[in-house]
Design a binder for this molecule. Structure first.
Ligand code: NAD
Length: 428
């Protein structure tokens, strides 16, 4: 196991200033996270996580930090690192590391070796629970430290790609402890993936480039939860939305929404902005670049930086330069310039001024995370090794807290309605 990989506090020159700035960001986020605030009151009194050690690999920015402190408030010792080399806010990481119950190894702009050394440093805390965004922590434990698995009660996974990987691992019989598919709950998927990624991806592309959406042909690859959100918000900003898909029902859904649907080979010729949201690899490749117009923007909102084939683009380019902060320009032989944002990593979290999803949305996603961590610890015998859906009552609990916080009232079923909905005997 990697020995001595330094926590963030040992890596920064002016750690005090960083801590203060990080704390300021966290205070702001916390003010807008009523679900986590409500759980905090419960965790403070009941200390449901006393004695647990939680290992986390997530996007270390202000909202995540509020979750991390909540878990510490519940009694856990937490060790955390990033789940992407570009998404960490060093000041927030430093503010977390100042908490006696938390060690943060997350740092922005680490290379591959440092990224995995930081994951190993978290694992060296011998976690009893894992909380992942993308499954890198679960993978590292299973591959390199299987002796720790007996001591792990369970885990939580935040994103679609992580859940896909976990289900594949489970299908192969290789997942050796229970993990909740937090991504798949309505309270996460219908809000975080759709609205959160939709709003924050478009906002970050606009801020990084200082360019407008209106009148642009915006090609969105994938019409899943994320793609639908990006498409809806782009259309709302007067862009002409073009969708590429490989799944016939999703392609049809996009068509019925009024978007143009076509193969990437055709979309490449007309797009002004390309945003990949598939969770798949090689969506935009060497066959597409020569067809593209001068000045196009290429961005990815999927979890890994494999959707836009940058090696192929580099091979085709005669020159490369930083056109702006966070915008890398590739010039092709005919003079066409193609601009890649945030190195093809998830644009809403990895561009230079990225702040990730809106706070309110992450309050919901992290409310589910916290409720799932509490559930695994409270009922360890209930869950076998493998991927588990989040119990519906937990999802409803979080929705109800949010509705109260928003001042929204809603109806309840009457006894007669409940009986009717549960009965097969009532016909015409
Ligand atoms: P999803 O499964 O609902 O949607 C993905 C869609 O992409 C599917 O409809 C699929 O048919 C389509 N697709 C697959 N390969 C394709 C290809 N080659 N060309 C065109 N379409 C293709 O998944 P989702 O919840 O929308 O998540 C998508 C990705 O976004 C995942 O990697 C997820 O982890 C990530 N994600 C990112 C953020 C963020 O903050 N940027 C937030 C949530 C999820």
């Amino acid at each position: 196991m990697t020995d001595g990989y330094p926590a963030i506090s040992e890596q920064l020159d002016d750690v005090e200033t960083a801590r203060q700035e990080g704390r300021r960001k966290m205070d702001w986020a916390r003010q807008h996270m009523p679900i986590l605030e409500s759980l905090r009151e419960e965790f403070e009194t009941e200390r449901p996580l006393d004695g647990e050690r939680i290992g986390m690999a997530m996007h270390v920015e202000a909202k995540t930090a509020v979750l991390v402190e909540l878990l510490a408030t519940g009694g856990a010792e937490v060790a955390i690192t990033g789940c992407n080399p570009l998404s960490t806010h060093d000041d927030v990481s430093a503010a977390l590391d100042a908490n006696d119950s938390i060690t943060s190894y997350a740092k922005r702009e680490v290379d591959d070796e440092e990224y995995y050394a930081a994951i190993e440093a978290v694992i060296a805390h011998e976690p009893t629970l894992t909380v992942d965004d993308g499954m890198d922590m679960v993978a590292a434990i299973h591959e390199d430290y299987p002796e720790l698995i007996d001591g792990i009660v369970g885990g939580c996974e935040e994103t679609t790609t992580g859940v896909h990987r976990l289900r594949a691992m489970d299908d192969d019989g290789e997942l050796k402890y229970p993990v909740f598919a937090v991504n798949d709950t309505p309270m996460k998927q219908l809000f975080d993936n759709v609205h959160g990624t939709g709003e924050s991806s478009l906002a970050n592309i606009a801020m990084t480039t200082n360019l407008s959406w209106a009148g642009k042909n915006v090609v969105i690859s994938g019409h899943g939860y994320v793609g639908k959100g990006v498409a809806k918000k782009a259309a709302g900003q007067n862009a002409n939305v073009i969708v590429t898909e490989v799944e016939p029902r999703r392609a049809l859904e996009a068509h019925m929404e009024g978007y143009d649907v076509m193969p990437m080979a055709e979309a490449a010729e007309v797009g002004d902005v390309f945003i990949t949201t598939t969770g798949n690899r090689d969506v935009i490749t060497g066959e597409h670049y020569p067809k593209m117009k001068d000045g196009v923007l290429l961005a990815n909102a999927g979890h890994f930086d494999i959707e836009i084939d940058l090696d192929a683009l580099s091979d085709l380019a005669v020159s490369e330069r930083e056109a702006r902060d966070g915008v890398h320009e590739y010039e092709l032989e005919d003079g066409t310039r193609l601009n890649v944002l945030a190195e093809g990593r998830l644009v809403n979290l990895a561009s230079p001024i990225a702040m990730g999803h809106p706070v309110e949305v992450m309050d919901q996603s992290f409310g589910i995370q916290a409720a799932c961590v509490r559930e695994i610890v409270a009922n360890p015998g209930e869950y076998d090794a493998g991927v588990h859906d989040v119990p519906d009552d937990l999802d409803r609990e979080v929705a109800e807290i949010k509705l109260v916080a928003e001042g929204v009232e809603f109806d309840n079923l009457t006894d007669e309605q409940r009986e009717y909905m549960g009965s097969w005997q009532h016909g015409t």
